[in-house]
Design a protein around this ligand. Structure first.
Ligand code: NAD
Length: 487
């Protein structure tokens, strides 16, 4: 199937969105976007720099002091509901843009468009349900708390799930009344620009949302280090997360870091293995393994190790990677660079057993960044392939004996994002959920279908702070205590 960008563009791509207007980037520079399915140039878009970030932050401050700042929570909720409806109406175009820009198989891109709409619906409904409390205090006092927006919030997002991450981060920040400056990843900007246009159509006051595509070390660093930002939401790698936290430290502003992972699914001998199977594989190969919460480690109790491998292997061998519009199990990786990272990791496999390898579709464009999914068996827990985030379709299987060893291996990386437990034993489920070091634990499922409502975030090198659910609204607001002495 062929698909072209122009079939799905209805907004400006050579402009940046600041203060409700589409502007040419100050330095007139361009960013080239590539189609990862073919390796061909997709289009060139505006490349914002520090000057544009300055303007975007100023526009956001103006919005906070102007019309946007004066809206009630209910009015903000209504605007977000309108935006959600516009996203729904454009869902197919958004999915096709994401498929072209990021290389996602269409079904996965469509899920992302639905998730964006769902985040906006959730936060539209939640906007006027965040309340303070009254606190019993001394005689003659009334004490209460208020939840107020930080002010101007910065949102730096990666390329792997642009729509979902924009929804959960910008959606929550706007619901609380912050004015947002969004910097999408340099290799995946189209749906962020589309989102800006839809927000404008929905009637969001000028400056409430500003979108500046640009390079990480240019626009990203300028945004993270900006004096007039009051909160930073960063999703990306540990390496850049450190820099963003340092920048936040300089300005003494709070920062939410949503970083990487090496998340385990733990299969006990008493598990319903057939029910687990689709989750065990899907949670790793989804988005070609480029998922922060990818379950890249499978821990399998020895009594069912052989049985499970016999079921996994043919399913792995049937997995096929191909161009996004062909909508196969996997698309390409985002870039030649990401493909090299993954193949360099695979070169470390040495004597490890390659239990199964999927395939690349016959006739897939030679310039596309395809990697066939790989299942590695019997991997020592300390091996780099079992310790480091690969961000590609590589899954390692590690055998274990008993709960204690499972916990030791599961908690034995620097990360702690998500964990899954497969067992029919209720007491074990409870014990394991308490012992695992992770921001989310799933019992007899993995991912809970996306979980817009479920607080999400990591511990350790996976980051800190929570997004999604109501918890995000607490993160995107400041608590003020008011103590009134009235006698
Ligand atoms: P990345 O860290 O390279 O880039 C993320 C964003 O940071 C991009 O917008 C980039 O332009 C920007 N950036 C780069 N250098 C910067 C700098 N010096 N200052 C400010 N911003 C800068 O990450 P990536 O390669 O785009 O994404 C992959 C990583 O993201 C993986 O590690 C993955 O696990 C993580 N991730 C985490 C989550 C989560 O919710 N925990 C979700 C998706 C991805």
């Amino acid at each position: 199937m062929t698909d072209t960008l122009n079939n799905h563009l209805w907004f400006e791509t050579d402009r940046i969105f600041i203060g409700g207007r589409w502007l040419a980037p100050t330095r007139g520079e361009r960013l080239t976007l590539e189609n990862p399915s073919t390796g061909e140039i997709l289009t060139a878009i505006a490349r914002g720099t520090a000057e544009d970030i300055d303007m975007a932050v100023a526009a956001a401050q103006e919005a906070r002091n102007g019309e946007w700042g004066r809206l009630t929570a209910t009015e903000r909720g209504r605007l977000l509901a309108r935006l959600a409806a516009l996203v729904q109406a454009r869902a197919e175009d958004l999915a096709r843009l994401e498929a072209l820009d990021v290389g996602k198989p269409l079904t996965q891109a469509r899920n992302d468009a639905q998730a964006l709409a769902r985040y906006l619906e959730f936060y539209a409904g939640a906007a006027d349900k965040i309340m303070g409390e009254t606190i019993p205090y001394l005689a003659g006092y009334t004490v209460y708390t208020l939840r107020e927006p930080h002010g101007v919030t910065a949102h730096i997002v990666p390329w792997n799930y642009p729509m979902q991450i924009i929804g959960r981060s910008v959606g929550a920040a706007l619901a609380m009344g912050n004015a947002a400056v969004l910097k999408p990843a340099e290799n995946a900007c189209l749906t962020a620009l589309a989102f800006a246009d839809l927000a404008h159509q929905a009637g969001l006051p000028a400056g409430a949302l500003n979108v500046v595509p640009g390079l990480g070390e240019e626009a990203g660093a300028a945004l993270a280090g900006h004096d007039d930002i009051q909160h930073i939401s960063f999703t990306g790698s540990v390496e850049v997360g450190r820099k963003v936290q340092q920048a936040a430290g300089q300005n003494v502003v709070p920062v939410t870091l949503e970083l990487g992972g090496k998340s385990p699914q733990i299969v006990f001998a008493d598990a319903d293995i057939r029910a687990a199977l689709p989750f065990l594989i899907g949670a790793c190969v989804q988005n070609a393994g480029q998922t922060c919460s990818a379950s890249s480690r499978l821990l399998v109790e020895r009594p069912v190790y052989d049985e499970l491998m016999a079921l996994l292997i043919p399913r792995y061998q049937a997995l096929t990677a191909g161009p996004a519009p062909d909508d196969l199990d996997l698309g390409p990786l985002i870039s030649a660079r990401q493909k090299k990272t993954v193949t360099d990791y695979l070169a470390l496999a040495g004597d490890l057993e390659v239990a199964a390898r999927g395939r690349i579709m016959a006739g897939a464009p030679a310039g596309g960044h395809y990697v066939a999914p790989v299942l590695l068996a019997g991997v020592p827990p300390c091996h780099p392939l079992a310790q480091e985030e690969i961000f590609g379709p590589v899954q390692v299987v590690i055998p274990f004996d008993g709960e204690d060893e499972a916990v030791e291996i599961a908690n034995g990386t620097g990360f702690g994002l998500v964990a899954g437990v497969w067992s029919e034993n209720g007491a074990r489920q409870m014990r394991m959920s308490r012992r695992l070091r992770a921001g989310q634990v799933f019992i007899n499922n993995y991912g809970a279908g996306g979980g817009v409502e479920l607080p999400f975030g990591g511990v350790g090198k996976s980051g800190h702070g929570r997004e999604k659910g109501f918890e995000a609204l607490y993160g995107f607001s400041v608590l003020k205590t008011v103590a009134a002495r009235h006698g």
